[in-house]
Design a protein around this ligand. Structure first.
Ligand SMILES: Nc1ncnc2c1ncn2[C@@H]1O[C@H](COP(=O)(O)OP(=O)(O)O)[C@@H](O)[C@H]1O
Ligand SMILES: [Mg+2]
Length: 229
């Protein structure tokens, strides 16, 4: 039996203003699985993702690989869960692509040869091997999305978590991202409205509505009909 990458029991989260965003979430994700988190705006997808590396802390039980979510394990969990935000402006904040992609490895105090190697590898994986010296601010939106993914790949996490990875992309940029994500051999958790992308990348989806999992099934069957009816 495959190892569990994510185990969640009775997770509830209420924002400080009283908005109840997650209600009694129970979910297991096996190592190597790719799971789509779908559902309408405001369903709680982003709130859910932010719990996977402890940015938000609700009530309930979360275990990532061998680590129960708590203050003591937080650093370890953040090394293993690479979270890519929906908006690259929240991910890229350094002057150059190299600085952004090396930020994680530098923080992990890796030796400089290893930092260089992980940056090379991550940028190659997202198809931007020659962009190291470019300014992150001047990249196209699609390039920013790809460099955002590289900033977490450079940490070599076991679990990749992506919030709306294809949002606001043109068709070519979207195809690029789908191809690139399909090629990444890690446990993946992807929140999106883009059902076609989810059905291409994920073997399973979870449908959230008002903070609750109302349905879970394998993809792509039934997926296209979900938002119609
Ligand atoms: N910072 C916040 N403060 C208060 N409520 C929030 C905050 N962020 C999100 N919410 C609310 O929590 C619910 C879930 O939001 P979110 O997780 O962003 O949903 P989704 O990503 O599925 O669109 C919504 O009702 C949203 O308005
Ligand atoms: Mg969202």
């Amino acid at each position: 039996m495959a190892k569990k990458a994510v185990e969640i029991r009775n997770l509830n989260y209420t924002y400080p203003d009283g908005t109840k965003a997650l209600r009694d979430i129970n979910l297991d994700i096996l190592a190597g699985e790719s799971v789509g988190i779908i559902g309408p705006n405001g369903a709680g997808k982003t709130t859910f993702l932010l719990h996977l590396n402890g940015i938000l802390k609700g009530e309930g039980f979360i275990k990532i690989l061998d680590f129960e979510m708590n203050g003591k394990n937080l650093a370890q969990i953040r090394n293993e869960v690479g979270l890519v935000f929906q908006d690259p402006e929240n991910q890229l904040f350094m002057p150059t692509v190299f600085d952004d992609v090396s930020f994680g490895p530098v923080n992990m105090m890796l030796p400089s040869a290893e930092i260089q190697a992980s940056v090379n590898e991550a940028l190659k994986e997202v198809g931007m091997p020659d962009s190291m010296k470019r300014s992150s601010h001047h990249l196209s939106f699609g390039e920013k999305k790809r460099v955002s993914i590289a900033t977490v790949l450079s940490m070599r996490p076991q679990i990749l978590v992506l919030d709306e990875p294809t949002s606001n992309l043109d068709p070519k940029g979207r195809r690029n991202i789908i191809k690139l994500l399909k090629g990444i051999d890690k446990t993946k958790v992807i929140a999106s409205h883009d059902l076609e992308m989810i059905s291409k990348i994920c073997s399973r989806y979870v449908f959230l509505e008002r903070g609750t999992i109302v349905r879970s099934d394998s993809t792509p069957e039934n997926l296209a009909n979900l938002f119609s009816g």
